[in-house]
Design a protein around this ligand. Structure first.
Ligand SMILES: Nc1nc2c(ncn2[C@@H]2O[C@H](COP(=O)(O)OP(=O)(O)OP(=O)(O)O)[C@@H](O)[C@H]2O)c(=O)[nH]1
Ligand SMILES: [Mg+2]
Length: 191
């Protein structure tokens, strides 16, 4: 498996030409997007990870096996980003969502949290553009029975808001669990 950093876009005009299918990773700031991309590709430090929420404020494109892109979309919902940042995030997202090359959205969610209105709205808008799969992150923080219960709760909450899921995954980038199932859904060979 070959994965290389391609480019980053902070605004619509910087988005790269559409050349390959794209798997887009989206979720709240700090949910574990960069960690998951690194874990899936078995690269340390390919996608930058950080303890500081809101660090990744650009859409980062990684070419995988010269056959598709992983797109690390900027985290949303970081409390300290003001209106201006939100408007910039929104306009980048609007431009990104218009790309017909999006093969799937991976909607990352920390299952310890409940979804709010903004989360439902974003998940719904994405699911109307391309298939959307739920990826529950940091599952090492929950017991198996808690996880089962949280998965049921989150899936039914999304469903009741009109969000159709293409799949659900429970992963831990830390413990490297749940990764093979997700790789399979993405057609990604084991590293
Ligand atoms: N326990 C645990 N912690 C994790 C896991 N994945 C990520 N983290 C931690 O969560 C924090 C955020 O991880 P990132 O991968 O940088 O999250 P992100 O979604 O890319 O964050 P932004 O780019 O800032 O939006 C880091 O401190 C990680 O070490 C996991 O599977 N388990
Ligand atoms: Mg990140």
């Amino acid at each position: 498996m070959k994965a290389t950093y391609e480019t980053s876009a902070a605004k619509a005009t910087q988005l790269p030409p559409m050349s390959m299918p794209e798997f887009a990773f989206i979720g709240r700031s700090n949910v574990g997007k960069s960690s998951l991309m690194n874990a899936l590709l078995n690269y340390t430090g390919l996608a930058r990870t950080s303890r500081t929420p809101g660090r990744t404020q650009m859409a980062n494109f990684f070419s995988v096996n010269d056959s598709f892109y992983f797109v690390d979309l900027p985290g949303y919902g970081f409390a300290a980003t003001g209106n201006r940042e939100h408007t910039e995030w929104q306009s980048l997202m609007d431009a990104y969502l218009a790309r017909p090359v999006i093969a799937k959205f991976l909607f990352l969610w920390d299952p310890r949290r409940d979804l709010g209105d903004m989360d439902f709205q974003i998940a719904l808008a994405l699911s109307q553009r391309a298939p959307l799969s739920l990826v529950m992150t940091k599952c090492d923080k929950l017991s198996r029975s808690q996880l089962v219960q949280r998965q049921r709760f989150i899936e039914s909450a999304l469903k009741s808001r009109g969000v159709t899921l293409a799949g659900t995954h429970a992963i831990s980038s830390l413990k490297k669990s749940g990764l093979d199932q997700l790789r399979e859904e993405l057609g990604l060979s084991k590293p």
